[in-house]
Design a binder for this molecule. Structure first.
Ligand code: NAP
Length: 211
């Protein structure tokens, strides 16, 4: 799906002359950098997910379609399950909630990402690879404490812990922050800071975000 499926979608777009916005991920990188990854950095995926997403990027970019490959990460939104809903469930199930403090990324609200993707699609920006996330960075621990504060729960109930097995085996990038310098340089509107987005998400969706 990630590789061959993405290529099929791109071929179809090429056939009918449609622009394609294809989503990719910070998991195309190993996560051992110390500053945000930019679009030109070499991809070094460590997981099957990351490897198949790289193959998908290559299939899309090689299809001849007018395609934007947009790498993002740590999404949360109203539909499906998400980290906010998981934290809400954990908060109801126990007094203390563990969250990793040895990974870093940028939590990004899907509503803000969706608006940005539409803006990119109708812009004069050149097709190719683009990084798009909210501003700032956080560990799951910092993000979980911010979610607890928004839920009106005591943030001190979130305790720092080491990454899960999957993350600690290097399958998830420890450092998953993407540079948005290219995005801003092209005059595309910057997304808000992740803390402001989280607050706006709760203001907008209230309990729908955590139900
Ligand atoms: N979540 C993140 O933090 C994140 C970060 C960076 C990039 N992305 C990218 O964003 C995209 C969506 O991710 P997501 O987290 O929203 O995933 P998701 O919640 O698992 O949603 C995946 C979507 O793909 C559909 N799908 C899965 N397998 C399919 C198949 N075999 N045939 C047709 N449709 C299929 C699902 O359909 P059903 O709803 O019918 O099951 C669902 O609508 C992916 O390309 C992912 O790599 C996500």
């Amino acid at each position: 799906m990630n590789a061959f499926g993405a290529g099929l979608v791109a071929e179809a777009c090429q056939t009918v002359g449609a622009r394609l916005v294809h989503l990719s991920t910070a998991d195309v990188f190993a996560g051992d950098a110390e500053e945000p990854y930019d679009e030109a950095d070499r991809v070094t995926p460590r997981s099957a997910y990351g490897r198949t997403k790289v193959l998908g990027e290559q299939a899309v970019l090689g299809s001849g379609a007018e395609a934007f490959v947009v790498r993002t990460g740590w999404l949360y939104g109203q539909g499906g399950d998400n980290v906010v809903k998981a934290l809400t469930r954990m908060a109801a199930a126990g007094e203390v909630v563990p969250a990793a403090d040895d990974q870093v990324g940028t939590p990004t609200w899907t509503v803000h990402l969706a608006r940005a993707l539409v803006g990119l699609a109708v812009s004069n920006a050149a097709p190719g690879i683009w990084h798009c996330t909210a501003v700032g960075e956080a560990s799951p621990f910092v993000f979980a404490r911010a979610v607890f504060a928004e839920l009106g729960l005591d943030p001190a109930r979130v305790e720092p812990t080491a990454s899960s097995d999957r993350a600690s085996r290097g399958l998830r990038p420890a450092y998953a922050v993407l540079s948005t310098v290219k995005w801003r340089g092209a005059g595309l509107p910057e997304l808000p800071h992740w803390r402001d987005s989280l607050h706006e998400a709760f203001e907008t969706l209230g309990e729908e975000l955590s139900d």
